[in-house]
Design a protein around this ligand. Structure first.
Ligand code: GUN
Length: 292
């Protein structure tokens, strides 16, 4: 029997907790989300973020800009939001169109409102072992493991994918000298020699490469814990939408093979949103000197 690690359930728990917190205070946390362009997956993610804000009682705005928006117009908008006292969190959905430099945009966000945790100041604080805002997906993975009492201490963890959004910060978090750290982490990537050999040594496997069903039973030890960060759209003519969602892990390495695994959808995705709500709450409290 494999344990299903339900990010949906854990997100719902956190939403209840945060809603109670919001009722206790006289002010209201505020999040601004910027979406540039028409990427269909990003549109869904942004909609889910605003629905979640609605549920917990945050004020929120989604600012949708055309694909051809200039970098300088986007920087002006970020500057206005940086100055707006009612905004606690600013999130710019990525990917951005190719003519906009993601690093320049992320660096323009006030680090105190950087609820995505992508600003170099926040990434640096994480690296230094004194985190402020931790990127939402890695933070969600750790929260989910903790919720299901899956200890990381002394475990071998293989993370497949070295992105700044997921793999790299997660490798920091899991190797830190903390209760939910203390793991021996191997960060695998496209140049890893004999990926199957490396990954099959792991007690916990995190797939974050963005390739549908890339990791299979051949890569993953029986009874490993499998965390699937991937959310890929693959063509499926049997579906009304014409596509289905699948993760980076093949189903043959999940139910009946893993000791515990995250489903796609309903696993890591909801946790990312839950951690965004948590970071926005933390920002509101920090910025307003609130202690609930
Ligand atoms: N695109 C995919 N994941 C994320 C995320 O966590 N934050 C932002 N801003 N964009 C994303």
């Amino acid at each position: 029997m494999s344990t299903l690690l339900s990010g949906k359930d854990v997100r719902n728990l956190l939403i209840s907790e945060l809603s109670c917190n919001v009722e206790k205070i006289s002010s209201q946390p505020g999040l601004a989300v910027i979406l540039v362009g028409e990427d269909p997956a990003s549109q869904v993610y942004v909609r889910n973020k605003s629905k979640a804000c609605e549920k917990v009682g945050y004020s929120h705005q989604t600012i949708k800009l055309g694909e051809s928006t200039s970098q300088s117009d986007l920087l002006d908008l970020i500057n206005d939001l940086n100055m707006d006292p009612k905004i606690d969190g600013i999130l710019i959905q990525i990917p951005l169109p190719a003519h906009i430099c993601e690093a320049t945009i992320q660096n323009a966000v006030d680090p105190a409102k950087d609820v995505d945790g992508f600003h170099p100041e926040n990434l640096g604080m994480l690296l230094a072992g004194n985190p402020r805002y931790i990127p939402c997906t890695p933070k969600g993975v750790v929260h989910l493991l903790n919720h299901y009492n899956i200890s990381t201490s002394g475990k071998n963890v293989a993370i497949v994918g070295r992105s700044v959004i997921v793999g790299r910060p997660l490798s920091m978090l899991l190797s830190m000298k903390t209760e939910m750290g203390n793991a021996t982490v191997t960060l695998c990537h496209s140049r890893t020699t004999d990926l199957a050999e490396v990954v099959s040594q792991a007690d916990i496997v995190v797939a974050a490469i963005g390739i549908p069903e890339f990791l299979t039973r051949e890569h993953i030890a029986k009874d490993a814990v499998v965390i699937d960060v991937g959310i890929n759209r693959v063509k499926d003519s049997a579906k009304k939408s014409g596509f289905r969602l699948t993760g980076d892990v093949h189903p043959n390495a999940l139910d009946g093979w893993a000791s515990a695994y995250t489903p796609v959808p309903g696993g890591v995705g909801p946790m990312t949103i839950a951690m965004l709500l948590q970071n926005t709450w933390d920002s509101h409290c920090l910025r307003n000197d609130i202690d609930v």
